[in-house]
Design a protein around this ligand. Sequence first.
Ligand SMILES: [Zn+2]
Length: 211
Amino acid sequence: MSLILDLIFPKKCLNCGSNGQYFCSKCLSTQRYNQPKYINQNSKEGSLSLFHYENIIKKAIFELKYHFVTDIIDELADISATRIKFTFPHLLKYWQDNHFIIVPIPLYITRENWRGFNQSIILGQKIAQNLNLDFCDHTLFRRRHTYTQAKIKDINLRHQNLYQAFYSITPIPKNIILFDDVASSFSTLNSAYQSLNCADSVRCWYLTLAG
Ligand SMILES: [Zn+2]
């Protein structure tokens, strides 16, 4: 089926339009990457935003979230997993050896119904498979819709926007990688983290595609 679709609608690079795939090697080679940041605050150990939020990655996330081009997901998950495997093998081994579980940031139900899917669930699941990590989307939930923090100027309103926006259901996995598509300030991930009531034995990483 996918072969037939490829013949009718050949894949084009999201950035330069060349035929063959959504992320051509030339455009991908100019995409800037980030390094892991070590946090070490309570049980938060670190964060990794794989790509700079720019160029082809920014276009891909926009096409996925607002034009619903879900066909992009496989390639996007592949390049993300490949980046982790080959650039941060020690971090990946640490996650694997300590049974870290990828937990996606949930959408509020009305948002998910509008879009028809939660991109963080589908991407997180595929990245987990690709990295040989477990995945869990039934422990963290969103109470209500929240707005993009960057669009809220008032500091009190920013706080209210995310205050208790998430809740969690036990049992909560021991070691967690909270996963989202984009994070600029990690405020959404911090709010989700707070809802997990992490005991000292729980270790947490933040992983996002871009930031
Ligand atoms: Zn290209």
